[in-house]
Design a protein around this ligand. Structure first.
Ligand code: CTP
Length: 409
């Protein structure tokens, strides 16, 4: 369960940038919620936004003047000062046009100038019609703004101004306030990040009743998914056949059976993920042919021809882009550190979580694990035998360090 402390907004200085979308009519309510939570809110708006909500409403609820232009007659509105003043900037609603400007560094109004000058975290709450939202240009722009490190407040699904129903609605003011509050709540450092996690075994069918599988229960991967969600990340878990399930309903779970299913789901989610943790014990081989009918034992012996499955971790490693953190697991029985270091390199991962089957209490089925974090630079970090929950926390701590160091470079 996510516990968000609204008091985390107390005393925070927030710049709210309102752009031209019908959802702008909800912004006085957003300002009221932020102010009620103790924030000091300064509102900026684009010329198009003024058609949907009046500056007077927004200045009344924020108790601050609303700024629309780089200069208001005789006064120059110092965008650099505003950018430095803010602890957070929220662009809500962010129209398709403003999104394109933020994604491409266009600076033709005060909102864009403050955005480019801001040194604080920026939260973007897109709002547009579904067809605009689904257009490849918008998708690219979303990837870009995410890549710059902005926090995205997911759009909702429902009635749109066009009369159509679908994706593209701005998140409700309560959800936007909760999102920003979560960011400032201790231990919610992953708010706004999207994570993809795989867990469990895969089953490769031989015939309708038999399969090749392994003893993985998925407990470790599920614990990682829950630890990421507890820090505020938006988590999609791709889970192989196991009876284990995440306790937290903040983890979106997609059930799969085979290595091919797992690859397909991961390939769909990875392009928009910031973090991917491949903890599933994926079959390396599958039967070349799957019999449609049950195979009878009418032969004295039989051979099963196997072919390689797609290595999802390696495939994602090939398309990984700047800003994405990719973590693999390795279960080894000998030459553990060398094998893990080799896997790190070969699969273009940022970290390999190494388990050794030689360690008592580690591996399939146990509630404990003894892991070693194998890193590109530094490490390895050998951790003691601990609960899978604590091991998951340690993995997430290390992911944060990796991302922090990368950003700082
Ligand atoms: N993995 C994957 N897809 C596969 C096989 C493995 O995504 N088809 C991922 C696992 O989830 C894990 C990592 O790759 O994160 C290590 O898997 P492993 O099978 O141990 O690695 P291999 O490179 O196949 O090496 P080995 O020769 O030890 O089997």
């Amino acid at each position: 369960m996510r516990i968000i402390q609204m008091k985390s907004l107390s005393g925070k200085k927030i710049v709210l940038a309102v752009t031209g979308s019908i959802a702008a009519y909800k912004t006085p309510q957003l300002v009221r919620l932020l102010v009620k939570a103790g924030a000091d809110v300064k509102v900026l708006m684009t010329a198009a936004a003024a058609g949907f909500v009046t500056p007077l409403s927004l200045s009344t609820v924020s108790k601050n003047a609303v700024l629309a232009d780089v200069s208001d007659g005789a006064t120059w509105n110092n965008h650099v000062e505003l950018g430095l003043w803010a602890d957070a900037m929220i662009v809500a609603p962010c129209s398709a046009n403003s999104l394109a400007k933020l994604a491409n560094g266009i600076c033709d109004n005060l909102v864009c100038a403050v955005y480019l000058s801001a040194r604080c975290p920026v939260f973007i709450a897109p709002a547009m019609d579904e067809d605009m939202w689904l257009h490849p240009a918008t998708k690219w722009n979303m990837i870009k703004v995410r890549q710059y490190g902005n926090h995205i407040i997911p759009v909702g699904n429902g009635e749109l101004a066009s009369g159509l129903t679908g994706e593209g609605r701005m998140a409700e003011p309560e959800a936007i306030t909760a999102h920003v509050a979560a960011f400032f709540t201790e231990n919610k450092q992953m708010t706004g990040l999207r994570a993809l996690v795989t867990a469990g075994p895969t089953f490769e069918r031989i015939d309708p009743v038999r399969f090749i599988g392994n003893f993985s229960t998925g407990k470790m991967g599920i614990a990682v998914a829950e630890a990421l969600a507890a820090r505020g990340a938006q988590v999609t878990l791709i889970l192989g056949p196991t009876s284990e399930r995440p306790q937290s309903n903040a983890v979106k779970t997609i059930l799969v059976e085979s290595a091919a299913d797992l690859y397909r789901e991961c390939a769909a989610v990875f392009p928009i993920a910031d973090i991917a943790v491949m903890a599933a014990a994926v079959a390396d081989y599958r039967p070349q042919l799957k019999a449609d009918e049950k195979i009878k034992k009418d032969r004295a012996d039989m051979q099963l021809a196997l072919v390689k499955t797609t290595d999802t971790l390696a495939a994602l490693g090939k398309i990984k882009r700047a800003g994405q953190t990719l973590i693999g697991f390795a279960l080894e029985t000998n030459n553990e550190l060398d094998n893990a270091a080799d896997k790190l390199e070969r699969k273009n991962a940022d970290m390999i979580v190494l388990n050794s089957l030689r360690d008592a209490g580690a591996g399939f089925g146990y509630d404990t694990n003894k892991i070693t974090l194998v890193l590109k630079n530094g490490g390895p970090v050998a951790l003691p035998l601990q609960s899978k929950k604590d091991a998951a926390e340690a993995i997430v701590d290390q992911i944060l360090k990796l991302r922090y160091v990368e950003e700082a470079v």
